[in-house]
Design a binder for this molecule. Structure first.
Ligand SMILES: C[S@@+](CC[C@H](N)C(=O)[O-])C[C@H]1O[C@@H](n2cnc3c(N)ncnc32)[C@H](O)[C@@H]1O
Length: 288
């Protein structure tokens, strides 16, 4: 995520001053991020009617070459996590290749999520994963969390599940682009149907979806070998009454699976929405 420097904000405002009411200039985005050669930002509701000229201002003012400008005009929706972006200016072809952690991610930036706020978690996973591991990514998207592990950490095997046909298409392309075909096995469909056959094999299971069902948490536990680790993500209200909720869910699922769990850490990945945090628990699973 790029926090605007004052010079860029001043340039944006002076470009836009003749085109939008003065009081709205303060609502202009102050942060944006890049996916490949595409720039993205949240566009406040009151600026939606001025989206096209704001897009042109970004094309004009940013020092980095940018092909398309996308404004997020609503929340990411549905199980397949479809973001609501409008093309504000530039090339309507919003497919791009983003480079991060030595990895190439090809994706359509307008149709799929690749959160800049998860960069720290993507980096942390690369730092803590050992060579030779068997890893299962239950919610792969285009390989957001797990492809950097295939590229950097020499796992023995990485099984990547994805239900959205478009995300799965890019996942397959990215496996080839990064030349990790011999390591990564992409699995298309609902993880509750496709993954149960990998019972008791994983050193590490990535549960990188904020709204997993009890069935999916139990599945993550079943996929782990004795001593394996689950990285469990959840969107949690930061009220005292809710903070314990993800830990309770893990304990409940473990009890149903007759496994023991040790909570190794609880981290905030990012602010998800006002009063809601995206958290990740690292959990060791014991089965004996
Ligand atoms: C929000 S994305 C997260 C991607 C990545 N794990 C990350 O943290 O950046 C969640 C992905 O899980 C996929 N998904 C949701 N339900 C699924 C299911 N039952 N089986 C497989 N994939 C699923 C969605 O299509 C989406 O691509």
């Amino acid at each position: 995520m790029t926090k605007a420097n004052n010079a860029t904000i001043i340039q944006l405002k002076s470009f836009l001053a003749p085109h939008i009411p003065e009081q709205l200039l303060e609502s202009l985005p102050k942060r944006w991020w890049f996916l490949g050669d595409i720039v993205l930002f949240s566009l406040p509701r009151e600026l939606i009617p001025y989206g096209e000229i704001i897009g042109k201002a970004f094309l004009q003012v940013l020092s980095k070459p940018v092909r398309s400008v996308l404004g997020k005009i609503g929340p990411t929706t549905a199980i397949i996590r479809e973001p609501q972006y409008h093309l504000l200016a530039g090339d309507p072809n919003t497919e791009t290749i983003h480079k991060e952690l030595g990895c190439l991610f090809k994706l359509d930036a307008a149709k799929l999520t690749f959160s800049p706020g998860n960069h720290g978690e993507r980096t942390r996973l690369v730092q803590i994963t050992s060579p030779g591991e068997i890893i299962i990514d239950m919610f792969s998207c285009v390989g957001n969390l797990s492809l950097p592990l295939a590229v950097n950490n020499s796992p023995k095997k990485l099984i990547a599940a994805e239900i959205n046909p478009l995300a799965f298409h890019y996942l397959q392309e990215n496996i080839q682009l990064n030349k990790v075909e011999s390591i990564v096995e992409p699995v298309f469909g609902d993880n509750c149907t496709t993954l149960p056959r990998y019972r008791d094999v994983a050193d590490r299971v990535l549960v990188g979806y904020l709204f997993s069902s009890e069935e999916q948490i139990r599945l993550a536990i079943r996929l782990c070998r004795d001593g394996g680790i689950i990285h469990y993500h959840e969107a949690v209200p930061n009220k005292a009454t809710a903070v314990q909720r993800p830990i309770n869910r893990i304990h409940n699922a473990a009890m149903l699976e007759k496994a023991a769990v040790t909570i190794l850490s609880r981290r905030i990945v990012k602010k998800y929405a006002p009063g809601i945090e995206h958290i990740v628990l690292d959990v060791r699973i014991s089965k004996k």
